[in-house]
Design a protein around this ligand. Structure first.
Ligand code: ADP
Ligand code: MG
Length: 260
């Protein structure tokens, strides 16, 4: 397989009849890190969830194509093999150990007859855990149950580095992390960076981008990408705030309905 090529074209998505994404375009190639920044409520998580095929999100127009294949026509399982989403609020799965969860996901991805032998799996898992500064006891603990915020995020990066997706989407993986956990998460991404993977990093703050330097930065407002640039754009936003760009683009704040 060659370099991943991921294209989102004119994506429109509605939630409960309300249009949230209003014509979003994105093109990510292997080796590239794209960051999407934007104020809260602009549809960043909606983008991540709809790319993964979450049933709550209705795609009303547009295309999503990975390596020439129509992602929107894929089942959720097929998508999960091609794309990986590390989430803002990872779910707890009691009764399933981390190691088992990752092994099942990995083998589902590799396909029947091509499963990774158990010993090789555990060796690989231990290597990755070491690189991410994760305690060995982690492998046998139940998925995310009783994990601290930082542990959950590190665990997401562990899953990602084991699964080696074509496209990895990180949705506010930095939220609630202290600086040490942030650096570990960033290191994990930087270690994984190669021609064989493309990253979409969603973040509200510029802070994470001090440690993961993106090739492209996109600002999202009201369901669209309103400006794209390089890493300097993130610094500019940090210095001037989102209001600066809103003013420059003539974007009005969405009116909030207040109950009488
Ligand atoms: P962001 O991640 O940029 O903060 P979201 O994508 O979470 O923004 O939300 C964008 C808009 O879509 C918000 O107005 C939010 O209330 C709405 N929305 C998102 N997901 C749902 C959902 N599952 N049900 C109802 N509304 C939703
Ligand atoms: Mg969000």
């Amino acid at each position: 397989m060659g370099k991943p090529d991921f294209r989102v074209q004119n994506l429109h998505v509605s939630v409960e009849g309300k249009e949230i994404l209003k014509g979003l375009n994105l093109h990510i190639r292997g080796g590239e890190i794209h960051a999407i920044m934007g104020p809260n409520g602009t549809g960043k998580s909606t983008l991540a969830s709809s790319l993964m095929g979450h049933p709550h999100y209705e795609v009303t127009a547009g295309e999503v194509v990975l390596d020439g294949e129509d992602v929107l026509a894929m089942s959720t399982d097929e998508r999960a093999r091609a794309l990986f989403l590390a989430m803002q609020y990872p779910a707890e799965v009691p009764g399933v150990s981390n190691a088992n969860f990752i092994r099942q996901a990995l083998n589902a991805r590799r396909g029947e007859g091509n499963e990774l032998p158990v010993l090789q799996f555990h060796r690989k898992l231990q290597e990755k855990m070491k690189a991410l500064n994760i305690d060995p006891s982690f492998a046998e603990r139940y998925l995310n149950e009783g994990f601290s915020g930082g542990e959950k995020k590190r665990n997401e990066i562990l899953q990602m580095s084991m699964l080696e997706p074509r496209i990895a989407i990180l949705d506010e993986i930095d939220s609630g992390l202290d600086i040490d956990a942030l650096k570990i998460v960033a290191n994990g991404v930087n270690q994984l960076r190669s021609e064989n993977i493309g990253f979409l990093i969603i973040t509200h703050y510029q802070r994470l981008l001090n440690y993961i330097v993106p090739d492209h930065v996109h600002v999202m407002m009201q369901g669209r990408i309103v400006r794209s640039g390089d890493a300097k754009l993130a610094e500019e936003l940090e210095a001037k705030g989102y209001d600066w760009l809103k003013k420059e683009l003539g974007i009005e704040d969405e009116t909030v309905e207040v109950e009488a």
